[in-house]
Design a protein around this ligand. Structure first.
Ligand code: HEM
Ligand code: HEM
Length: 219
């Protein structure tokens, strides 16, 4: 509902727009790119460095974006809406993303310092069957769930803009279409990456114990 007639693009809206750009960059670009690098290029020496660098950008975007959302809500005299009467599903997603993302980041760093054996020869799904610390399995599963939450954060954020932007605009249809296209492509690419794993038969796509990998630890 526009609050500053007649439809002024005010400070609140500017903060939310910046918040939306950062949140979208994290959810639609850096996080899925980092995960796809892990899925497709785990046998390359550079995969881990790129994974960590991209996820560090994701962290910066999520943290800065959330701060901007707090500034925006506060600018309209609403304090914060993380709890209480005015909170809604987008705020719930936002707060959960912030907390779980930071946790996932720590789990990732922890996983890196655990041992992973070389994948068993001929294993169909080396990611699942390689003997390694449970922390690594947790990181993989939690990482996918975490990224799904971020996509939900962007979807609910777009719906929220339609309700609260002071300038009274709606999110353009093209942006919504771009969101669904990027979402579909990322899901398809990730699933295809898992299908490739048995096709490659575990021979090329070895996991972290690969000879040249930067992530080679405690061997
Ligand atoms: C991963 C991405 C995102 C996260 C983590 C996130 C997080 C948050 C949080 C925590 C709040 C509540 C702030 C408070 O209660 O003080 C919020 C509010 C909001 N967000 Fe997001 N958000 C994300 C993406 C988006 C996107 C893509 C859009 C728009 C296209 C958006 C639009 C909004 C709007 C309109 C509000 C409410 C502003 C108000 O009530 O005045 N968000 N967001
Ligand atoms: C900078 C902090 C991070 C470090 C050090 C790190 C480390 C790792 C490591 C060691 C693996 C391999 C696990 C294995 O042995 O199978 C991995 C894979 C993975 N990471 Fe991270 N990670 C970080 C941040 C993140 C974040 C924030 C996410 C999610 C948003 C994430 C999502 C994933 C996923 C989904 C995989 C599995 C990819 C696949 O399907 O093969 N990581 N990461």
């Amino acid at each position: 509902m526009p609050k500053t007639p007649p439809n002024v693009f005010d400070y609140h809206d500017a903060m939310i727009a910046a918040h939306a750009v950062l949140g979208s960059a994290a959810a639609l670009l850096t996080a899925p790119a980092a995960i796809l690098i892990g899925r497709y290029f785990r046998s390359r020496s550079w995969w881990f460095k790129v994974h960590v660098t991209l996820q560090t950008f994701t962290a910066i975007f999520v943290i800065t974006g959330t701060i901007l959302s707090l500034v925006a809500v506060n600018a309209n005299g609403n304090g914060t809406q993380l709890t209480g009467r005015l909170k809604d599903p987008h705020h719930d997603f936002g707060l959960s993303i912030l907390i779980l993302f930071l946790l996932q980041f720590v789990i990732g760093v922890g996983a890196h310092y655990t041992h992973s054996a070389a994948p068993a020869k001929g294993s169909v799904f080396p990611t699942l069957t390689t003997p390694k610390s449970p922390l690594r399995h947790v990181h993989v599963v939690f990482g996918v769930i975490m990224t799904a939450l971020m996509y939900a954060g962007v979807k609910t954020g777009m719906d929220e803009w339609d309700n609260v932007a002071d300038n009274g605009t709606l999110v353009p249809k093209g942006i919504r279409i771009a969101y669904w296209v990027l979402f579909g492509l990322a899901v398809a690419a990730y699933l295809f990456g898992w299908i490739l794993e048995p096709i490659r038969g575990g021979s090329e796509r070895n996991s972290v114990a690969d000879a040249g990998s930067m992530e080679k630890v405690q061997e």
